[in-house]
Design a protein around this ligand. Structure first.
Ligand code: 5GP
Ligand code: ZN
Length: 117
């Protein structure tokens, strides 16, 4: 995959240099469990290519990434049986982004007191 940043933690996960609990993978997209689960089943979906944020994400990459999100959401639903699910995406430090490789959070919700929001 082109556009790989050797200092980027998510690029390292894509390359298999750092382990991750993968839940979905194809040629262009990877989904894996967030290391710090805000709720049970908290998953990150990333493009394999290193693009920092929504402002850098190209249309083709975005289009493919979002096309596989329902499938990933449904596999989370099947496994964890949440009552709902939030999709969150932080862009830029001011918006709370801490890893500068584009990603969306899939956050299963279990009702009041589930620890999120
Ligand atoms: P952000 O704050 O940028 O929207 O989200 C970054 C997310 O990446 C955080 O929820 C954080 O827990 C997760 N994260 C950071 N480093 C790692 C890692 O090495 N492995 C995994 N699986 N998740 C990570
Ligand atoms: Zn990266």
């Amino acid at each position: 995959m082109t556009n790989f940043d050797p200092n980027c933690i998510f690029c390292k996960i894509v390359q298999g240099e750092i382990p991750a609990a993968k839940v979905y993978e194809d040629e262009h997209v990877l989904a894996f469990m967030d290391i710090s689960q805000v709720t049970k089943g908290h998953t990150l979906v990333i493009p394999k290519v290193h693009q920092e944020d929504i402002f850098e994400l190209d249309e083709e990459v975005a289009s493919h990434l979002f096309s596989v999100v329902p499938k990933i959401a449904n596999s989370i639903k099947k496994q964890f049986k949440p009552l709902g699910l939030n999709i969150v995406n932080n862009n830029g430090e001011a918006a709370g982004q801490t890893v500068f490789h584009y990603h969306i959070h899939l956050i299963p919700r279990y009702g009041e007191g589930d620890g999120f929001g």
